[in-house]
Write a protein that binds this ligand. Structure first.
Ligand code: ZN
Length: 286
């Protein structure tokens, strides 16, 4: 039996199943302080019985270097209490099973890659919600680099109708997350994107910023697909707008451009937890 945790800043989604595509039980708990939350997660998972491995897709930043003594830690997060938290170590010890660990968005990218039937030889997963993050699978493997990608913190070119807003990222101001995350939208217009009138310029402005990230992914690492999830991505028409704007930005230049796709998750909201179970499956085999 595989166990999975999608560890988010506001909730932990827990699940078990004999394989990643067969979830037999799931449970959601609010993210409180680490001691309470991790104990509650371990209790529920232990209560399911017969666990052989655990996979965790976590909010970050996280340490993914297997040779580091801090592997499996959430590292420098501003979230109170969670900095330098040994998430994988605690849960591995509490449950007595091998642990697979990656970012929440790399886990989601892995699951979407599998769900595509490997149609996409390479794929990026962007989540647009309270924050913005992105995971990458290239040639079937999640990309870590020297840490892990932080795609929410690239600087897009400012939209001409959006020159006055300073952005809300505490580190960068007008990075992608500072401009296009849910809180950035509310900071500008006092409501969510889906609440804005259909003819409000905000729709085109936000789509433009996300499209710049998609174009960057197609142009830099030549992924075939960008999958866009997260709460803001549920805004009707947004992903279609992003896809159209991405094609405009490319202007027919990129080789392979006809194969590029910007799409909603095939797995809906389950990409993260299914990806966590895939990490468990890999840990069981390691
Ligand atoms: Zn930033």
């Amino acid at each position: 039996m595989l166990g999975g945790i999608e560890a988010g800043g506001t909730k932990f989604v827990l699940a078990v199943g004999p394989s990643p595509d067969r979830i037999t039980a799931r449970h959601t708990i609010p993210t409180r302080d680490p001691a309470t939350t991790l104990a509650e997660a371990a209790d529920w998972l232990a209560g399911q019985g017969g666990l052989t491995a655990l996979g965790i897709g976590s909010f970050g930043p996280v340490e993914l270097d297997r040779t580091s003594p801090r592997w499996g830690f959430i590292t420098a997060t501003p979230k109170p209490g969670w900095a330098d938290c040994d998430v994988a170590g605690y849960l591995g010890q509490a449950l007595g099973v091998p642990v697979g660990f990656d970012t929440d968005v790399n886990a989601a990218a892995l699951a979407e890659y599998a769900a595509s039937g490997n149609v996409a030889g390479s794929l990026a997963y962007l989540t647009i919600g309270t924050g913005i993050g992105g995971g990458l699978v290239l040639d079937g493997k999640p990309v870590h680099g020297i840490a892990h990608p932080e795609l929410g913190h690239i600087y897009p070119r400012r939209h001409p109708q959006d020159m006055d807003f300073a952005g809300i990222c505490p580190s960068h101001g007008d990075c992608l997350e500072g401009l296009a995350s849910g809180p950035a939208i509310i900071a500008r217009w006092g409501m969510s994107l889906s609440e804005l009138a259909a003819d409000h310029p905000g729709h085109a402005i936000i789509a433009d910023y996300i499209a710049q990230a998609c174009h960057m992914l197609f142009a830099s690492v030549a992924v075939e697909e960008v999958v866009i999830g997260g709460g803001v991505a549920n805004t009707p028409g947004l992903v279609e707008r992003v896809a159209a704007r991405t094609r405009e930005l490319d202007a027919g230049y990129l080789p392979g451009g006809t194969r590029h796709r910007v799409i909603r998750p095939r797995l809906g909201g389950d990409a993260g937890i299914i990806g966590a179970l895939m990490l468990a499956e890999a840990a069981a085999k390691a």
